[in-house]
Design a protein around this ligand. Structure first.
Ligand SMILES: [Zn+2]
Length: 136
């Protein structure tokens, strides 16, 4: 294809592909803005990674402490995982009941709880916490 013919035919496209001064300045600004935002995004990503690591470490520490606490409660009750007397709310009976076969457990989320059965209806009940022995 002869050069002059192609040039003549592609005049509007050529104009669009060659931005004028103002357009070039706008492009530079938007490129600069994009670079700044990408930098900010990278910084935010680094912060998320750091905070996630801190959260994981904190959760691990918490689990370790909760497990130690459960052991300490076992030692103080002398029941080997069974808590002396604990009340819990029975969802079926809709009242506080004394937990039968109360047992100290550590939930998957690392929290300690007392689990057992309701003496009146037999459904399982759960009470958050270490199960402070209550006077009968
Ligand atoms: Zn019940």
């Amino acid at each position: 294809m002869p050069k002059h013919a192609r040039d003549a035919g592609s005049e509007p496209a050529k104009a669009a592909s060659r931005p004028n001064r103002r357009e070039r300045a706008a492009l530079r600004r938007s490129a600069h803005r994009r670079a700044r935002l990408e930098e900010k995004l990278a910084a935010a990503d680094r912060l998320v990674v750091r905070r996630t690591e801190q959260l994981t470490a904190a959760n691990a520490r918490r689990s370790a402490i909760a497990a130690k606490l459960a052991l300490a409660v076992d030692a103080s009750t002398g029941a080997g995982g069974h808590v002396a007397v604990t009340m819990a709310y029975c969802l079926k009976d809709r009242r506080q009941v004394r937990i039968a076969g109360a047992e100290q457990v550590v939930l998957p989320n690392g929290r300690t709880a007392v689990r057992g059965t309701c003496p009146s209806c037999g459904s399982s009940v759960l009470r958050m916490g270490t199960g402070v022995a209550q006077p009968a």
